[in-house]
Design a protein around this ligand. Sequence first.
Ligand code: PLP
Length: 227
Amino acid sequence: MIPTLEENLNRIKADIHRLSPHPDKVTLVAVTKRFPVSVMQQAVNLGIDNLGESRIQEALEKFEKDPLSGVIRHFIGVLQSNKVQKLVDHFHWLHSLDHIKIARKIYEKESSINICIQVNTSGEKTKSGLRPESVQDFVKTLQKETPGLHIQGLMTMGPLTEDENKIRHAFRLLREIGDVLQTYETDTFSFREYSMGMSSDYRIALEEGATMLRIGQGLFGPRPENQ
Ligand SMILES: *Cc1c(COP(=O)(O)O)cnc(C)c1O
């Protein structure tokens, strides 16, 4: 039997309580990229109130059909700089900041969108994000050039491997980088959010202190192919 969305949700909630050192601080972001509006509505009806999308155009087409009022919208994909206006108009969170150019554009628009800085903790060339050793300098630059941004924490993607130790190492590295950044906290910069863990590796991320899980297929089943 294929588990229902509700069963998957209950399993993930139970995992959060079983594995996280601070379950009450964990937000589940249901990643609905390539899933239709009907799936987003099902999620919301079950009480899911954070949805993640990775393409602006696709997301806006879906929110046009149903704005799903009350839902907190997370952008988790690669952002082109000509999409910043749409981002700040339609989303509450950006998980994937890794270019000063994007930061400047968000700052110019005086947006208070919540932001996580993406770090490439695995070194995989196909992955976005800053190199771990560049994050501190990036934060210093943000503080100088874009001090009013609402920086909330860090985001990473686990490496594509079965090796649990490598995955754990990547998540632990993100936490260590975040620890160092505590000294850079200001009125609008804090580093308390750790967006890490997807369907295949969220249990490890929970053990390593994730505060935001980004889960799609583990809730909704296999994702439809790109049209
Ligand atoms: C698609 C995606 C996810 C969710 O992946 P699943 O395997 O469906 O859980 C999480 N984070 C990012 C950045 C993604 O693009």
